[in-house]
Write a protein that binds this ligand. Structure first.
Ligand code: ADP
Length: 585
């Protein structure tokens, strides 16, 4: 939808906005139609009143007819005011309803994109722009609906009236407003360009502000005295953001002033034309007075359309493409499968390249079966975490294939596996919720307790941290140590019913002295499953029957500890560098 011309975007945009609550949508614009017709009826009724006053003879003055038209005028005024009020009332409510629905669409869409998309800065840009885009979509639809339901009925009726007064008047009225229309189109382009230039800067501002004030960054920022550094970065981003905004504002102001000037000259010309027509007796005096009094309203209406509505429309339309375009992003394949059985994992000639061009894996080939405990070892940056994400179907390989047996592809891998991420989340929720999130359908407190125990929580710890204990200080809960959060993340990973378990650096936040106590726990976790343990702490290889040695994105060797010690010099050097920590094998 991104490159569709604007007129082809409308049906979808209206469908999205009206779909939020069709009944209220219809009500809002029904009152707009009433308002438009009532506004246009005003000069028609006024002309009748002027006609009676200007053309009746004093001795036989038609008081009853005048009273009747005066009442009609009152009714028209009241209808116009009331319908405008109703339409505004429903419009305000509808803005809230539709914003909720459209933001919801962005959220749903974001959840349907492939995980690798989030590694692309352009996607983060587009996601950020999609929210204001959603808001602008409602605005754009509101403008177009107002034009169709308020202004169009008004101008059709008023145009017919003017044409009857004199055929030259309607085209004259249209001509007057052309400069303003052109100026608004120009401004729309200016603001779309501004949005493109400032989206990154806005994210930078938020990010540097977070670096100065968020809890996550507070410790490092203080200890390293980084406040000044981040403040400077923040200041630069704000400065550039403001510069672009002000520059655009200045240009827009100049365009507006030029158009208004031309417009005023046109209006004066129309009044002169009216005077000339009345002097030439080409229009009746009553029509002259009615047109003269109503042309101001028509002028205001047109100015409102052109300056506020069309102006907002061209900006909104440009920005709503960020919403419609985002909704049209390619989605990841969906599967209705909830769980999949995986007895083997087969990695064939896999390469993986990140969107920024970094080649993280090349030519990786191996297979593993249920019952295998595979340690994946190697230095930082050797591709272990990337491999973990491919094994659990989070990322798709750039070349080659990862499958869980004959028919199990990426989605089945995802559904049939559980993954402890190196950078796991700490949910500010109860312990039970923290654990249960990995398998929401299960809701099994006994399994949760088993998971906590198996993940290494000692009896004294579980006496203090119950399933119902609220965790994290944010909502008045108990704060856990880094190691406890890690054990909770392990519990979450093993709570999930899955045949394939991938634990990425499961002891990273755990003290080395406590680490060996967890080995037995990991053995229990891995029972009956296919388990990958990704680690750069070689102590863990003790509980694994196979070890995959990674170096610079490739599998250097695969075998048992004894085999590798014999034939793989690189593995031996890794092991010897850490041997002191783990004692003799
Ligand atoms: P390990 O887990 O062994 O430390 P990783 O799989 O994290 O290794 O990284 C492998 C390579 O991929 C490294 O060169 C790393 O810099 C790169 N890399 C990791 N994540 C990203 C990313 N999101 N974008 C670009 N490159 C990445």
């Amino acid at each position: 939808m991104k490159n569709k011309p604007w007129y082809r975007m409308w049906p979808e945009m209206i469908r999205q906005v009206a779909g939020a609550c069709p009944r209220m949508f219809v009500l809002e614009y029904f009152w707009s139609v009433v308002n438009g017709l009532a506004l246009a009826a005003t000069p028609i009724v006024l002309e009748q009143i002027f006609r009676i006053i200007l053309e009746s003879e004093t001795e036989r003055f038609p008081f009853a007819a005048l009273a009747g038209w005066m009442l009609a005028l009152l009714a028209v005024y009241l209808t116009s005011e009331a319908s405008a009020g109703f339409s505004e009332y429903y419009g305000d409510i509808y803005s809230e309803i539709s914003a909720k629905a459209l933001y919801g669409n962005v959220n749903k869409k974001a959840g349907r994109l492939a995980a690798i998309e989030y590694e692309k800065p352009e996607l983060l840009n587009r996601l950020e722009k999609a929210y204001p885009g959603a808001f602008r979509t409602r605005k754009a639809v509101h403008v177009i609906m107002d034009i169709l339901t308020l202004y169009l009925p008004y101008f059709i009726l008023y145009g017919i009236y003017l044409y009857h007064a004199h055929p030259v008047l309607p085209p004259m009225l249209v001509l007057i407003f052309l400069p303003i229309l052109g100026s608004q189109l120009l401004k729309g382009k200016l603001y779309a360009r501004l949005e493109d230039k400032t989206a990154v800067l806005r994210r930078q501002k938020q990010y540097y502000a977070a670096c100065m004030s968020d809890k996550e960054y507070a410790k490092e920022t203080r200890i390293h005295g980084l406040r000044g550094f981040f403040r400077e970065r923040y200041r630069k981003a704000v400065q550039l953001f403001n510069r672009y905004t002000i520059e655009t504002g200045k240009k827009a102001f100049k365009i507006d002033m030029g158009a208004s000037l031309l417009n005023m000259l046109g209006l004066l010309g129309m009044i002169a034309l009216l005077l000339w027509l009345v002097l030439k007796r080409q229009i009746a005096l009553a029509s002259f007075v009615a047109v003269l009094t109503s042309v101001r309203t028509a002028y205001d209406q047109m100015e409102e359309i052109v300056q506020q509505r069309v102006g907002a429309l061209s900006v909104s339309l440009a920005l709503s493409r960020n919403y419609t375009g985002f909704l049209a992003e390619e989605e990841e394949e969906r599967s209705v499968l909830h769980r999949a059985e995986l007895d083997t994992v087969s990695v064939q000639n896999v390469s993986f390249v990140y969107p920024d061009g970094t080649q993280a894996l090349r030519g990786v080939t191996f297979t593993a079966e249920r019952g295998d405990r595979v340690a994946v070892v190697g230095e930082n940056g050797s591709g272990k975490t990337t491999l973990a994400k491919l094994l659990t179907g989070i990322y798709a390989p750039s070349a080659g294939s990862v499958s869980g047996g004959a028919s199990a592809g990426m989605m089945e891998l995802r559904k049939g596996s559980s993954h402890l991420f190196q950078h796991f989340n700490q949910y500010r929720m109860t312990a039970a919720e923290n654990i249960g999130l990995s398998d929401c359908e299960l809701k099994d407190p006994e399994r949760m307790k088993w998971a906590m125990e198996t993940a290494g929580f000692a009896r004294e710890e579980t006496e203090e941290i119950h399933l119902e204990t609220m965790l994290g200080r944010e909502f008045g809960g108990t704060e856990l140590s880094g190691g406890q959060w890690q054990k909770l993340a392990i519990a979450r990973a093993i709570y999930r019913r899955a045949d394939l378990l991938v634990l990425d650096e499961p002891t990273a936040a755990i003290d080395p002295e406590q680490e060996s106590g967890l080995y037995h726990a990991f053995e229990k976790c891995a029972e009956g499953k296919l388990c990958f343990l990704i680690t750069h702490r070689l102590g863990l290889v003790k509980i694994c029957n196979r070890i995959l040695v990674m170096r610079e994105g490739q599998v250097l060797d695969i075998g048992s500890h004894a085999e590798l010690m014999q034939r793989c010099a690189y593995y031996r050097s890794l092991w010897e560098a850490q041997a002191g920590q783990y004692g003799l094998w």
